[in-house]
Structures are given as structure tokens and as C-alpha cells.
Design a protein around this ligand. Structure first.
Ligand SMILES: Cc1cc2nc3c(=O)[nH]c(=O)nc-3n(C[C@H](O)[C@H](O)[C@H](O)COP(=O)(O)OP(=O)(O)OC[C@H]3O[C@@H](n4cnc5c(N)ncnc54)[C@H](O)[C@@H]3O)c2cc1C
Length: 374
């Protein structure tokens, strides 16, 4: 008999889980249905920087997971046959004004590189070298270039993965669903029973798990960024991503498109409004780096909701005492980096069962999930 697996949430976690569920040995015996309403999705709002190696975060579990996620990308793109318009290792430049800070950063990069081949080469660049790499910069600082750093187009990636999986064993339903006490999925057609349910709803985990009697310690955080069209953009399609000191990140895509962001707004609410004051602030940040930009250069503004846990760490896996359910949430500001690896692990667990030991990547799930009855 065919196994029936549901995925709730079609962001990076849900989409990669769906993709791997269509590729892993045994996929022919599985029927997968993904439910997603897309509202407020973090993945489609994200800036798309894949460069975790120089992060100041001390959480080693997070670092191992982020490193594994960054390393998975080239293989995932190959397997899903997605091109450089979706993911490209353009390199990332992290700048520091003071020579001493630059030296510390360069030492860290060299050390991390030993265990992270995806980083590629590490070079220290003068301000002039940085400008040569990103000619539209008018106010460059010296920095460290990591050649394996990348940018990814979140919405294009998700669409590509869902298209590939739909050709095998996936049906996508664009609707908001809930769970029953027993973990059945309540759809517009009524409750449906599945063998396994992957709940990959990002910041919405608390409300989705409530009927099952589980409280998830996850809060929403709003993020906004702007898209700009740069006039007289140099004919260089492949420019590194810039992570400047004290400024917003700066992601040049091809064809004159530039993304600047993102904000981290902790209001604790779900708020998808585009804030004019934030727009002006992001533009001012862009103008400090590129002269000649004006309000007319802004072509769009994106808003999304990130999920955060109290210790800023993601969690994922089978829910204790609820065998049918698997969850993932709390991916925070680096979920495009960690998300594919989480989706891949969840797909394997949903397909083959067992009790995975992912303690190298995360704390026990009971750190973040508790019974509402307690
Ligand atoms: C502005 C911004 C910039 C970012 N930049 C980066 C970056 O540069 N690099 C990086 O690594 N990360 C970045 N991130 C973080 C990253 O985008 C997220 O951590 C990641 O996308 C989370 O993925 P997810 O699949 O867990 O959740 P989401 O992408 O939020 O997907 C969850 C989905 O579940 C759906 N859903 C929720 N409830 C239900 C329901 N009841 N029924 C059906 N569907 C439901 C939602 O509509 C949504 O589509 C950024 C985030 C933001 C907001």
C-alpha cells in the first residue's frame, strides 16, 4: 500500500522535504501532498545570502548545521537541475574598517576554511580591490572575500523544487489547513488522514500545533528589504554579495537588480505592512554605498515573518509522543542556509522512520515543545 505523507508549509523546509521525498529510494511507494497558503512566507521575502562561516554566533550546533546546509546547495542544485539564476557562488565580501578587525576576520576565515571546503578561497582585499569586485560601490571598505559564498533566489528555488517533485509524487494545494487532536489535516474538503505529517510552517508553528495539545516556544519577527534597479549598472552579472560593517547587506543580482536589507523587527506580532520609514532607512543605507540612487530606484519592497526560539536556534525532527508528526521551526535569519539540510533530514525520517540522532545539530525537541496540559 502507498504511504501518504502530508507537508504543511511550502517555504524552504517544506519544499526541500518535498523534493527529497520524490528522490530518495522508496519514493515510488509514497504519495505526498503539500499544503501552503504562502502568506507572510519568510522564504519568498529573504535576501538570499548563503555565507555562514564568519558568523559571530557561538552556538556550535547551529554552525555545524549551517555549514552542512551551505555545503548541500551545489549538490541540491545539480540534483534538481536548477541553474545560476536560482543559486550562484558569486562570493561574499565581509568588510571591516579597522585593520586589526580585518586581520581577526581573515584569521577566522582561514581557520574555518580547513573544515569547510565549500568556502573556496579566502582573500584579503583593500578598499580598491573591493571596488574592483563591485564597481558600483562609491564608498568601499577593505574586506575578506570568500569565493564560495553564494546568493539564492528563495521564491525561484522553492518553485523549482516543487516543480521537480510534482513530476514524481507531489500534489500542491494552495490553502491554509489546521490539525485535529489526532494530527489529521483539516482541509477545505474536510479532515484527511496521513501516515506522517511534516509541519514546516515557520513562525506559525504555535497556532498549528495548539489543537494537538503542544505548545511551541516560537515567536514571529518581521523582516523587510527593498529591491532597487541601478541605472548604468556595469555589465558585470556576477558580483559578490557585500556584508558591510554597520550597514545593511547588499545583494547584487543580474540585470541591474540590487537588494538591500534586511530589518529585524521584534514586535512579537504578525505584521505584513510595508513601513515607509523603514523604506526610507533602507534607501539611505543603499545611498551610503552607491551614489545616484533615489526613491525612484526602488522597484519593490518585501516583507516576511521569521521564526525565532528563545536561544535563536532552529529545531526539527519527529515530535516526542506524537509519532505521526515531524516539525521544523525557529530557523531565524539564516533559514535559507540551514533549511535545505533540515528538509532533507526530515524527508528521510518521514520515509524511513527510526529515531534519528541529530544532537550534533540541535538540542532535544523538548527544549522548544511542551505539552499544553503541563
Ligand atoms: C527579510 C528577510 C531576509 C532574510 N534573509 C536571509 C538570508 O539572506 N539568508 C538566510 O539564510 N536566511 C534569510 N532569511 C531567513 C529565512 O528566509 C527563513 O529562516 C526561512 O525561509 C524559513 O523557512 P521555513 O520554511 O521554516 O518558513 P517559511 O518560509 O516562513 O514557510 C512557512 C510556510 O508555511 C505556510 N503556512 C503557515 N501556516 C500554515 C497553515 N496553517 N496552512 C498552510 N500553510 C501554512 C506559510 O504561509 C509559509 O508559506 C531572511 C528572512 C527574511 C524575512
Amino acid at each position: 500500500m502507498q504511504k501518504r505523507i502530508a507537508i504543511i508549509g511550502g517555504g524552504i523546509v517544506g519544499a526541500t522535504a518535498a523534493f527529497y521525498l520524490s528522490q530518495l529510494p522508496g519514493a515510488q511507494q509514497v504519495k505526498v501532498t503539500l499544503f501552503d497558503d504562502g502568506v507572510g512566507q519568510a522564504t519568498s521575502a529573504a535576501a538570499g545570502i548563503i555565507s555562514p562561516w564568519l558568523s559571530k554566533r557561538r552556538n556550535q550546533r547551529w554552525y555545524r548545521l549551517a555549514k552542512a546546509g551551505a555545503a548541500l546547495y551545489p549538490e541540491l542544485m545539480h540534483d534538481a537541475q536548477l541553474g545560476t539564476e536560482v543559486y550562484q557562488q558569486t562570493g561574499t565580501i565581509v568588510t571591516r574598517e579597522a585593520a586589526v578587525d580585518l586581520e581577526v576576520l581573515a584569521d577566522l576565515a582561514q581557520e574555518r576554511r580547513r573544515t569547510a571546503p565549500t568556502m573556496g578561497t579566502v582573500s584579503v582585499l583593500s578598499a580598491k580591490d573591493v571596488q574592483a569586485q563591485i564597481p558600483l560601490l562609491t564608498n568601499p571598505q577593505p574586506g575578506v572575500l570568500i569565493s564560495g559564498g553564494a546568493r539564492v533566489d528563495g521564491p525561484a528555488l522553492v518553485q523549482g523544487l516543487l516543480d521537480r517533485a510534482s513530476a514524481v509524487n507531489l500534489s500542491v494545494k494552495r490553502e491554509r489547513v489546521t490539525l485535529t487532536t489526532d494530527g489529521d489535516v483539516v482541509t477545505s474538503m474536510g479532515p484527511q488522514r496521513f501516515d506522517r505529517v511534516i509541519v514546516a510552517v515557520g513562525a506559525w508553528l504555535k497556532e498549528v500545533l495548539a489543537p494537538v495539545g503542544i505548545t511551541a516556544d516560537v515567536r514571529p519577527q518581521k523582516g523587510q528589504l527593498i529591491e532597487l534597479a541601478v541605472k548604468d549598472y556595469p555589465l558585470q552579472e556576477q558580483m559578490p554579495v557585500l556584508m558591510p560593517e554597520g550597514e545593511r547587506d547588499f545583494i547584487p543580482f543580474g540585470h541591474g537588480k540590487l537588494i538591500v536589507g534586511a530589518t529585524h523587527e521584534d514586535g512579537g506580532k504578525f505584521d505584513l505592512s510595508r513601513d515607509p520609514a523603514v523604506k526610507a532607512d533602507l534607501l539611505a543605507s543603499a545611498q551610503r554605498l552607491v551614489s545616484g540612487l533615489s526613491a525612484d530606484s526602488i522597484t519593490g519592497m518585501r516583507v516576511g515573518t521569521r521564526a525565532y526560539t528563545p536561544d535563536f536556534a532552529p529545531f526539527f525532527g519527529p515530535v516526542p509522543e506524537h509519532e505521526k508528526l515531524l516539525v521544523a521551526s525557529g530557523l531565524g535569519s539564516s533559514g535559507l542556509t540551514t533549511g535545505p539540510e533540515i528538509g532533507r533530514l526530515l524527508a528521510g525520517s518521514a520515509l524511513y522512520g527510526g529515531e534519528p540522532d541529530w544532537s550534533e545539530y540541535e538540542k532535544p525537541l523538548t527544549t522548544y515543545l511542551s505539552s499544553s496540559a503541563e
